[in-house]
Write a new protein. Structure first.
Length: 87
């Protein structure tokens, strides 16, 4: 009986020294990666005020400047959309 008890204690002590098996887990890590932005180059329009002459009437000059303002707003909108696409 004594021998059996000693053997049981020895066997249990041998199991206590072993490390548990390693747990294999797959972990997903989000890492930002820089990606080159590929956007078509936006060509500036032919501005309406570039065609003005010194001899043009005030009305023609004002109309050309108003038209150029609208052109510039559209051009800036296209540039902003291109920048937004790269964000």
């Amino acid at each position: 009986m004594r021998f059996g008890l000693i053997m049981a204690v020895a066997l249990l002590a041998g199991c206590a020294g072993q490390a548990p098996p390693a747990e294999v887990r797959t972990v997903r890590v989000e890492v930002p990666v820089q990606v080159p932005c590929r956007v078509k180059k936006i060509a500036p329009p032919a501005w309406a005020a570039d065609r003005l002459r010194r001899s043009d009437s005030l009305e023609v000059k004002v109309r050309a400047l108003l038209a150029e303002r609208l052109q510039r707003q559209g051009y800036v909108g296209q540039l902003a959309a291109a920048v937004e696409a790269c964000q």
